[in-house]
Design a protein around this ligand. Structure first.
Ligand code: C2E
Ligand code: MG
Ligand code: MG
Ligand code: MG
Length: 285
């Protein structure tokens, strides 16, 4: 009986693993096709200066309208792409789309603001990353200062690829660098001083639940960043209370549904046409 049960359990796990593997493979195949079929797009979320309410940048976020599954979250398909080199192709697509959009906005004579693009760990580890970025900027004739690269803390854990050197070369090229989801990883603070970054993005998990502990963490992050000469951006601001606290702590910028969800490029252009879009939301502290 026990033997039978054991076999059934392992059969159950085998089936589940097979399902998982099949799903992963399917997403991979579909994602490859999605790039040519035009199912991918970028949405843009404004980055807002918390002192003035002005839009000072945008974060490009990948969207996939899957023919059968509907809107797929990048949190679901980016990790799948990460498992293979497919992420590199996706990254090329994202860079071209983001820089192409910059060109379009420039042609519409809209304010030219830096656009931030997310890079996964595997993308950051491409041996020719710096050349790729330089080439794409040149192809689109975009000033390097109009591109920001967001990498997660995870990148820093393994220095075998010379993370510090790659960052320095990117900064020398003139692109801005940010550490995304800061505070959730395991990197030690002493790492930060070696990084040539511009901005620390405080993970939204701290902002969402601003209890005593998280308030202390946010205060500490803003303090360390200030001391090291980095600016700070709070992610996931949804309420006036969260905004007020972050302003009081001297956090420089913020993003979140309180200001705007990530929106399609044309909607973002409409926001750019009213540069004072958020000044009313920023009450003086
Ligand atoms: P992220 O870079 O940390 O992006 C922030 C995520 O929080 C986005 O989710 C955004 O839509 C969401 N968000 C923004 N404001 C709020 C808010 O006020 N409340 C809540 N609850 N959420 C908010 P999204 O677009 O689903 O992206 C998830 C993650 O997928 C990103 O996290 C990023 O790590 C990754 N990702 C997205 N686009 C790309 C891409 O083009 N390349 C790579 N490598 N990764 C990407
Ligand atoms: Mg990001
Ligand atoms: Mg983040
Ligand atoms: Mg993230």
């Amino acid at each position: 009986r026990a033997k039978e049960k054991g076999r059934n359990t392992s059969e159950f796990f085998t089936v589940e693993l097979q399902d998982q593997a099949r799903r992963t493979l399917q997403i991979e195949t579909d994602l490859r096709a999605a790039m040519v079929k035009g199912e991918l797009s970028l949405h843009y979320q404004p980055k807002v200066d918390l002192a003035s309410g002005e839009i000072v940048g945008a974060e490009a976020l990948l969207r996939w309208q899957h023919p059968e599954r509907g809107a797929m979250s990048p949190a679901e398909f980016i990790p799948v792409a990460e498992e293979t080199d497919l992420i590199v192709e996706v990254g090329h697509w994202v860079l071209d789309a983001a820089l192409g959009q910059q060109v379009a906005w420039r042609e519409q004579a809209l304010a030219t603001l830096p656009v931030a693009v997310n890079l996964s760990v595997r993308e950051f580890r491409q041996p020719d990353l710096v050349d790729l970025i330089a080439r794409k900027l040149a192809e689109h004739r975009i000033d390097p200062s109009l591109l920001e690269l967001e990498i997660t803390e995870g990148v820093s854990l393994d220095d075998s690829i010379g993370v510090v050197e790659v960052m320095q070369r990117l900064r020398k090229l003139g692109v801005a660098m940010a550490i995304d989801d800061f505070g959730t990883g395991y990197s030690s603070l002493s790492y930060l001083k070696r990084f040539s970054i511009n901005d620390l993005k405080i993970d939204q998990s701290f902002v969402r639940a601003l209890d005593g502990d998280n308030q202390a963490i946010v205060t500490a992050i803003v303090g360390v960043a200030r001391g090291l000469g980095f600016s700070t951006t709070a992610e996931g601001i949804e309420t006036a209370e969260q905004l007020a606290f972050l302003k009081r702590q001297g956090c420089k910028c913020g993003q979140g549904y309180y200001f705007s969800r990530p929106v399609p490029a044309d909607e973002f252009a409409a926001l750019l046409r009213q540069p004072k879009a958020y000044t009313d939301l920023i009450s003086p502290v």
